[in-house]
Design a protein around this ligand. Sequence first.
Ligand code: CUA
Length: 330
Amino acid sequence: MALLAAILLPGACDGPHSVLDPAGDQAAHLHGLLNLMLWVCGIMYALVLGFLAWALWRTIRRRDAAPPGPDESQRPLRIGLGAWAGLVVAGLILLSTASFLVDRSLAAAREHEALSIRITAHQWWWRVAYRDPASGEWIETANELYLPAGRTARLELVAEDVIHSFWVPNLSGKLDVIPGRTNLLDITPRRVGWYRGNCAEFCGLQHTLMALDVRVAPPEEFSAWLAAQAASASQPSDPVLARGQDLFVNGTCAACHVVRGTPADGRSGPDLTHVGTRRSIAGGALPMNRGNLQGWFLNPEALKPGTLMPAVVLPSQEADALARYLEWLK
Ligand code: CUA
């Protein structure tokens, strides 16, 4: 499964990506329902094949015998058909009831102080916003979702442009993300680890490169991460990094990106205040490192045709300084 995912889903996100390995309550409910459906349908299918084989065998055995007379009893046939119809109805009732119960458990009223996280889908990346418990301000990150293990998170899903679909297979089912409305998805993760999320609704050319790194963290790690994300970027003292910051703030980057603590406050692209802490860049297209950062901003079209990110034209020394600055933004 992991090998298949690796072949079919290029990208930097390397967490597990399978509905067959649930790591949260909602995914576990759905996995249970899937198992029940497979068993019920599997048993029915085996019975159908068994009866077919039996009928063929009987026909071959009787081929040379005299045809049955009109008075031969039809009773065994009637009983068999009645039993079969009863079995099918019982199977359907079982599946309908289980589906209803799982649906109810997914939509049940959750604990009151669920953690609210706003997720905005863009072509082709995810804006993720948390409320800072210290200041009450919203703080943003992109293409990376941190969740505390054992606590329900309520995701408020909105779309900026077209219809997308939010899906982290190990944690929950899919939910469409639709412009003009807010859809709520509750996730209660249980197992600490990294997982892979992705867009599950065709949303344009780069739909496959719209991935999300999902970290289910112990509560202390989550709190420390959130506090670090809430902080503004510090001022670099190294002259190369300072040059990189100058290029960022006074060049084209600042028109679309925020680095909190600097004058860069563009809103249309991802918040890059702590971009160096992320695992991947460009919606999961590449692992985070300086070379990939540089390749991405110098020629985004080559990596992700159709992206709204424009190329940043810089001589190599300046491109290097800018990439060093971005990587340094931890
Ligand atoms: Cu967004 Cu597919």
